[in-house]
Design a binder for this molecule. Sequence first.
Ligand SMILES: [Mg+2]
Length: 340
Amino acid sequence: MSGLLASERPLSAAYDVALMDLDGVTYEGRAPIEHAAAGARAARESGLRLFFVTNNASRPPQDVADQLSSLGIPADRDEVYSSAMAAVQLAVKRHGRGARVLAIGGPGLLEAAREGGLELAEDADDRPLAVLQGFRESICWADLTEAAYAINAGAEHIATNLDTTLPRERGMAVGNGSLVAAVVSATGVQPLSAGKPEPEIFRLAAERAGAHNPIAVGDRLNTDIAGAVASRLPSLHVLTGVSSARDVVLAPPSQRPTYLGLDLRDLAAPHPPVTHGEGWWACRGARARALGGHLELERVGSLELHDSVHVSVDEYRALAAAAWASGVRHCPRLAVVEEL
Ligand SMILES: [Mg+2]
């Protein structure tokens, strides 16, 4: 068993709903990702429904849907599920419909709280039962302090997500998890989190989508794929975002995808089996193995001697299977290409 699954049919025909990540999968900041629109279109044509699941809690679903549509992936607001919506559902489950909460965050969080049937507190003096904390660029000391007052007075702290960083054009910016940490530092109370990698957001999104046999799609191992593993969902990892092929090959069991691809076109493609025999892991013509803790590719020899290696998608799959079966710790940078 390699941990990778095979599918003779395209994934888009084998599953009913794709729970898709956004940044690094369908777009990158404001820019489109190459082949994403074509892949999404092909997947939909073979019957897959796309449902967009994002840790971004600050933007209302309509904004996200408009952006997707402008990039050639037509989407409706009802096809977007955010960690703000998950945090609101979590608060309703724990405190009941109509519960008063202090929401610190962007328009997406305030809209989700109102639509989800929560009453919004003005400040800590309104005695909220919970503090919902999500990202907003203009969050300031006064907001964080109000959250701390409410939590110190007994309100439950619920974060939309705990991503410590936020990739921006100029580098890694301060993410919601870091702002939550400032509040935690003042209260000593650990928050609940609604976003990925918590399995709850996938379960709630699948329920909202009416999915019977969903597959998760993402670029980031420690959020998208970890969340899929924790919710026992199959997952497709694509190489258009944060986590690299090398990261995948070296991933711990809690962060291993079940299908490996380059980009969203792999959602509309079959996935060949990776088999084991005579010490080699084979995917169609590609063969890889681990010897004495080092990876070897039949075509190239030992990878230990290289800083970076160009490999085919099938070689990448065989390498991942070999590494996962033997606990390899070293792997060079892998440039995965369509054609060698
Ligand atoms: Mg992403």
